[in-house]
Design a binder for this molecule. Structure first.
Ligand code: AMP
Length: 282
């Protein structure tokens, strides 16, 4: 992969990378389509990265179907699918990792303390293997996008990072490979994530500025479903992820909820009326 991309780079081709864990859906395809328009050689990586899963998480159960993924990518004019093996990525003596000091203290990092080290490290590896000019990431994983942007700046990776808006099902549920775990009943409960975010946005537009009140209403709405267990619901600064008490400028509202055993995340920007909805994730 590295040889191939190096040769293309030397010829002046612009290389684009879309990193994924596979089991593709319209969210991934939206990154791929955006990626297609941004360069000459489009690489999609598919790697269920073991180091970003905690010991009690769903690494083994995570859905995998390369044939299906390749089929879905057929109309998208992808130039290469990079599908490495975990043993190839992490030899027996692997011992180097990238750990960010602040961003992982918040949101998902609290209950997944090693997750972002796994993410940053594997993305750094992918960047060194593919050497892309451009890489695309979804705003659905907002904290991940911030972590990658920070890493790129801190470590001088010569990569342009592009954030892509969240793609949703017609009823609003954010697309996720993990949605396949949900039964019909659980899927109804899962809708409460986006509904509570939408309600929060409405409250802010109606003048509510007190984060605690908004969070309370969102939590109540989600807890109405017995299948739902809240990991966090937070309103925070969209650059540092530090909690905000008052919404006086654009704020990120993010949540993680377990629907039975399936952990889902979603987020939305809350913008007080009259303020530009500047979205640093983009
Ligand atoms: P994953 O395969 O879940 O690791 O996701 C691969 C990339 O696709 C990440 O950059 C995700 O943020 C992005 N992604 C996942 N779901 C969505 C979605 N519903 N909309 C937009 N991007 C997404």
């Amino acid at each position: 992969m590295q040889r191939e991309c190096d040769a293309l780079r030397t010829k002046g081709k612009r290389i684009v990378l879309v990193p994924t864990m596979g089991y593709l859906h319209e969210g991934h395809l939206s990154l791929i389509r955006e990626g297609r328009s941004r360069g000459d050689f489009l690489v999609v990586s598919i790697f269920v990265n073991p180091t970003q899963f905690g010991p009690r998480e769903d690494f083994q159960a995570y859905p995998r179907d390369l044939k299906r993924d390749v089929q879905l990518m057929k109309p998208e004019r992808v130039d290469a699918v990079f599908y490495p093996d975990a043993r190839e990525m992490y030899g027996a003596h692997f011992q180097t990792s990238i750990r960010l000091s602040c961003l992982p203290k918040y949101l998902c990092g609290r209950s997944r303390p090693t997750h972002f080290t796994g993410v940053a490290t594997v993305v750094a590896k992918l960047f060194n293997i593919v050497r892309p000019h451009v890489a695309l990431f979804g705003e659905k994983d907002f904290q991940q996008l911030l972590v990658i942007r920070r890493m790129v700046e801190d470590l001088n990776f010569d990569v342009e990072v592009i954030g892509v808006p969240t793609v949703r099902e017609p009823d609003g549920l954010a697309m996720s490979s993990r949605n396949t775990y949900l039964t019909a009943e659980q899927r109804a409960a899962a809708l409460s994530l986006f509904q509570s975010l939408k309600e929060a946005r409405k409250q802010v537009l109606e003048g509510e500025r007190d984060a605690a009140k908004i969070l309370q209403r969102a939590s109540d709405r989600i807890r109405a479903y017995p299948e739902a267990t809240i990991d966090y619901v937070a309103i925070c600064d969209p650059e540092t992820l530090q909690p905000l008490e008052k919404i006086t400028r654009p704020a990120l509202m993010a949540l993680a909820v377990k629907i039975d055993k399936t952990r889902l995340i979603d987020n939305i920007m809350l913008c007080p009326e009259g303020m530009s909805g500047s979205d640093p994730g983009r």
